[in-house]
Write a protein that binds this ligand. Structure first.
Ligand SMILES: [Zn+2]
Ligand SMILES: [Zn+2]
Length: 244
C-alpha cells in the first residue's frame, strides 16, 4: 500500500488496483462499492450462455456485478471509475454497456460541473437573491456557491432536485421533477426546451431543517443550461448509488 498526494492511496483488490481516498468518508458520492463475487461453488456454468466450466472453459468474475461467466461472455475490459479502478477491468456484456455510458459522464458532464456556471441564487423564501458562481468541488462532494458570500451544499444532503425548463416554473402544475426526467431527453442539450433553473431541497451541514434553494440561469444561459443538464445526469447516478 503506497501513499500518494491529495489524500489518496492505492489498494489492491482481487479485481484490480484501485485509487481510493485515504479516508473512506471522503469517497466521491458517485462511487460504488465493489460487488461480492458469486462463490465458485454456486456457479457450475456460465451465467450468460450456460456453458459448463472445465479445464478449457475457465470462469471469470465481472468486476461490476460480481457474477460469473465464461471468457467469451466476460471478455471486455472497460474503465470503471465509479469503483476507482486505475485500469480498465473485466466486465460482462450488460455491465460493460452501462460502464461505457457512464464514461460519457466522467469525460464530459463531470468537467462541465466542475467548470461551473453563473446563477441567480435564492435561499429559502427570501425576497433577495444573489448572482453566484456554482461549481462542483474537485472531490465531487459539494456544490460551492461563490458571490459576495460563500456557502456550500453537500450532495449527500440533497433530498430532492428539480430541473426547471423555460416553459415550466415550480408554480405550475406539471413540475418536471427529477424522477420524471429519468432517461428522458427532455432536458438534454439541444433539446426543445432548455434547462433554465433548478430547485433543490437539502439539509445544511449540522442541521435537520430542510432548506430550499432556487437557482436560475444568470447572464451566460448556454453555459448554465449545460451545467444543469450535467447536474441532471449526476442526479441519476447519485440516486442510483443511494438506492443500492
Ligand atoms: Zn458464457
Ligand atoms: Zn456484470
Amino acid at each position: 500500500m503506497s501513499t500518494v498526494p491529495d489524500g489518496k492511496k492505492l489498494v489492491r483488490s482481487p479485481s484490480g488496483l484501485r485509487m481510493v481516498p485515504e479516508n473512506g468518508a471522503f469517497n466521491s458520492p458517485f462511487s460504488l462499492d465493489e460487488p461480492q463475487w458469486v462463490p465458485d461453488k454456486e456457479c457450475p456454468s456460465c451465467m450468460q450462455c450456460d456453458k459448463k466450466y472445465d479445464f478449457l472453459t475457465r470462469k471469470h468474475h465481472c468486476r461490476r456485478c460480481g457474477r460469473c461467466f465464461c471468457d467469451k461472455c466476460c471478455s471486455k475490459k472497460v474503465a470503471l471509475p465509479r469503483m476507482c479502478f486505475v485500469d480498465p477491468v473485466r466486465q460482462c456484456g450488460e455491465c460493460s454497456l452501462v460502464s461505457q455510458k457512464e464514461m460519457e459522464f466522467y469525460d464530459k458532464q463531470l468537467k462541465v460541473l466542475m467548470g461551473g456556471g453563473s446563477f441567480i441564487v435564492t435561499l429559502g423564501t427570501s425576497k433577495t437573491s444573489e448572482t453566484m458562481m456554482c461549481r462542483l468541488s474537485n472531490n465531487h462532494r459539494y456544490l460551492f456557491f461563490d458571490g459576495e458570500s460563500h456557502f456550500e451544499v453537500e450532495l449527500s444532503r440533497i433530498s430532492s432536485m428539480q430541473v426547471l425548463t423555460e416553459e415550466s416554473t415550480p408554480e405550475e402544475n406539471d413540475i418536471h421533477t427529477y424522477t420524471s426526467l429519468l432517461d428522458s431527453q427532455y432536458i438534454s442539450e439541444g433539446g426543445n426546451s432548455r434547462a433554465s433553473g433548478m430547485l433543490l431541497h437539502y439539509k445544511p451541514t449540522g442541521s435537520q431543517d430542510p432548506q430550499q434553494l432556487r437557482m436560475e440561469a444568470a447572464d451566460d444561459k448556454k453555459t448554465a443550461s449545460s451545467w444543469l443538464a450535467a447536474m441532471h445526469k449526476a442526479a441519476k447516478l447519485l440516486y442510483e448509488a443511494r438506492d443500492r
